[in-house]
Every structure is written in structure tokens, then in C-alpha cells.
Design a protein around this ligand. Structure first.
Ligand code: ADP
Ligand code: F6P
Length: 323
């Protein structure tokens, strides 16, 4: 019986389970033996895997996290680590591996592909920082979580006439900050893609809106923004310069958990299913993507060379209407 593997790697993201479910179900229906590989590339290097069947993935479509667990695996990046993984793949006669993760995980998939193990990448990360795809699995859920949390901060900020400075995840990208920031009506949104002038972008904006009667403020800061200090330092500076009592919040890993949204479940299901169809057709070295609402696939090398872009127009609109 032909064997395929599925693993989740890097930071977990809501919707990874829906993708695993789709891979396992589509794989079993296509007559493959489907091996669930635990803890990303660690499981591949050490043969930590088990055979999954249609029922192994019951009741997981609604769950955050990943039933296969995830890990960052520095050892896999070494030549010895890669060779260990290749040896395990050969031992189980692996026809292909579906790698659910971010761009780091795709680099690992590319290395395996170069050594004759066909891999198909499925983009799973809250950061949405994979250039070839308009959306990654987990991004929508994470943005909605951020929105809900910042709405709560707004309640208490309003009650106390305060400013809330909120740090959100995204690694080096500002997608979560920009979109959740707009959705929460943030006075300022700071993202790594746009150089920050704290005096102009935050203090002056707050002063201007203060003059029109505004008394509470939300400032959303992407974690990847450099040169402005920590959110605590920003809150202190805001308080000193504007007189508005300020508090800092780092949302942290709550942004990675929770039940996936409809959008993430559907995206994960379609991508997982189509990844298996590629392997079935003998096609490897691909990355799944969604472009203009259509699920497509790209060559893995091509995908890794694409550059991320952020919607500058959206950033401009956000600032024009948050006064
Ligand atoms: P993500 O996949 O979310 O971007 P990481 O960047 O941590 O997360 O990558 C996940 C794993 O993928 C790493 O722990 C490592 O095992 C593998 N990986 C990352 N970068 C590379 C690389 N340049 N070459 C080979 N493998 C890599
Ligand atoms: O890539 C997902 C992500 O949550 C980033 O937004 C964040 O920078 C990073 O992972 C946090 O990693 P860790 O879980 O190792 O703290």
C-alpha cells in the first residue's frame, strides 16, 4: 500500500486540525496508508508516526491547536538531521509528505523535495506572511480573536478615559495589526512595513483627536515594529506627552488558540484535499495557496522567492478614518 505522511510544523494555527482531517480523509479515500507524523520534523527524523484512519480525525475540525503537535526543530536544519528524515521516509516508502506550516516549514519541505521526497506545503500560520497566498490558515481566526480582545480593552479604556497600547503577533509582518486595528477602530496602527515616526503617528494624532473631544484611545502595535521600545515604554511616553493615563497589553499566545472560523476551516479543508490530489497525481514540490478566492498551487521554489506585500491603501484609509 502506498504511504503518505502529514505533519504540522512551526507555530500552531487554528485550522491546522481541519487541514489534517482533510488530508487523512482524502488520503484514505484515495487508497493511501496515511501516517500522522508527530511534532513536525522531529517526528520525521525519529520515526515518531502512527497510521491514521477515517475515524482518527473525527471531532477535530472545530478544535484549535494540532492533534499531531507541532515543534520547531533546529536539528532538522542540519545536514545530519535532514539525512535522518530522508532515511525514515525511505524506510516507510513515503510517496509524499503534506507539510502544514509557515515559510520556515516550507524551506524544510523544499530540502526534502530536493532529496527525492515529494512534499506539498499547506500554509498554516496566524501571521499571513507567506507571499504566494492571499490568506494562510489561522490568520482569520487570529484576527477575530485580536478583535474580540481589543474590544474588551476598549470597554475598560473608555470607562477610565485611558489609552490602551496593544501589542499583537505577526512576527515581522503587520497583517494582523493592520486588519484587526481597522476592525477595532484603533487611533494608530504601527506595522513593520511602514517606518514609524512616533511623535507624528501617535502623539500628534492623539492630540488632534483630543481637541475634537476624544478621551480614550487604542494604539495597535505589531510585534515586529522596531525602534519604538516596548509597549510599556510607549504607554509611559504617551502618558507623559499627552496626559492621558495609559496601559500596555501584550496579547501573546491567546492569538494562536481557539476554535477556527468558518473561513479557516473551509480553506484548510480545500487545501488539505487538493494537496493529496497533487501527491496522488505524482506531483510534489508544490505549495498550496489561495489567490482571488481560488485555491491554486505554486512551485515551492517560486513560492519561497515571492515577496510579501501589504495593502498600503488600507493603511492610509485606516488612518484617515480613525480621527
Ligand atoms: P514556520 O514554519 O511557522 O515559519 P519556523 O520558521 O520555526 O516556523 O520553521 C519550522 C521548522 O521548519 C524549523 O524548526 C525547522 O525544522 C524547519 N526550517 C525552518 N527554516 C528552515 C530552513 N531554512 N531550512 C530547512 N528547514 C527549515
Ligand atoms: O509564527 C507564529 C507566531 O505566533 C508569531 O506571530 C510569533 O512571533 C511567534 O510565532 C511566537 O513563537 P513562540 O510560540 O515560539 O513563542
Amino acid at each position: 500500500m502506498k504511504t503518505i505522511g502529514v505533519l504540522t510544523s512551526g507555530g500552531d494555527a487554528p485550522g491546522m486540525n481541519a487541514a489534517i482531517r482533510a488530508v487523512v480523509r482524502a488520503g484514505c479515500e484515495s487508497g493511501f496508508r496515511v501516517m500522522g507524523i508527530r511534532r513536525g520534523y522531529n517526528g520525521l527524523m525519529y520515526g515518531d508516526m502512527y497510521e491514521m484512519n477515517l475515524r482518527s480525525v473525527s471531532n477535530i475540525i472545530n478544535r484549535g491547536g494540532t492533534v499531531l503537535y507541532s515543534a520547531r526543530s533546529p536539528e532538522f536544519k542540519t545536514e545530519e538531521g535532514l539525512q535522518k528524515a530522508i532515511k525514515v521516509c525511505k524506510e516507510v516508502d513515503m510517496e509524499g509528505v503534506v507539510v502544514i506550516g509557515g515559510d520556515g516549514s516550507f524551506r524544510g519541505a523544499r530540502d526534502l523535495s530536493l532529496h527525492g521526497i515529494p512534499c506539498v506545503g499547506v500554509p498554516g500560520t496566524i501571521d499571513n506572511d507567506i507571499a504566494c497566498t492571499d490568506y494562510t490558515i489561522g490568520y482569520d481566526t487570529s484576527m477575530n480573536t485580536v478583535m474580540e480582545m481589543v474590544d474588551r480593552l476598549r470597554d475598560t479604556s473608555e470607562s477610565h478615559d485611558r489609552c490602551s497600547v496593544v501589542e499583537v503577533m505577526g512576527r515581522k509582518a503587520g497583517y494582523i495589526a493592520l486588519n484587526a486595528g481597522i476592525a477595532c477602530g484603533a487611533t494608530s496602527i504601527l506595522i513593520p512595513e511602514i517606518a514609524v515616526d512616533f511623535e507624528k503617528d501617535v502623539i500628534d494624532r492623539m492630540r488632534r483627536t483630543q481637541k475634537t473631544g476624544k478621551r480614550h484611545f487604542i494604539i495597535v502595535v505589531a510585534e515586529g515594529v522596531e525602534g519604538v521600545g516596548s509597549v510599556e515604554e510607549m504607554a509611559k511616553r504617551i502618558q507623559e506627552e499627552t496626559g492621558v493615563e495609559s496601559r500596555a497589553t501584550v496579547l501573546g499566545h491567546v492569538q494562536r488558540g481557539g476554535s477556527p472560523t468558518v473561513r479557516d476551516r473551509v480553506l484548510a479543508s480545500e487545501m488539505g484535499y487538493k494537496a493529496v490530489q497533487l501527491i496522488k497525481a505524482g506531483i510534489g514540490n508544490r505549495v498550496m495557496a489561495i489567490h482571488k478566492e481560488e485555491v491554486v498551487d505554486y512551485d515551492i521554489f517560486e513560492a519561497l522567492n515571492m515577496q510579501n506585500e501589504i495593502d498600503l491603501n488600507l493603511y492610509k484609509i485606516a488612518h484617515e478614518i480613525s480621527i
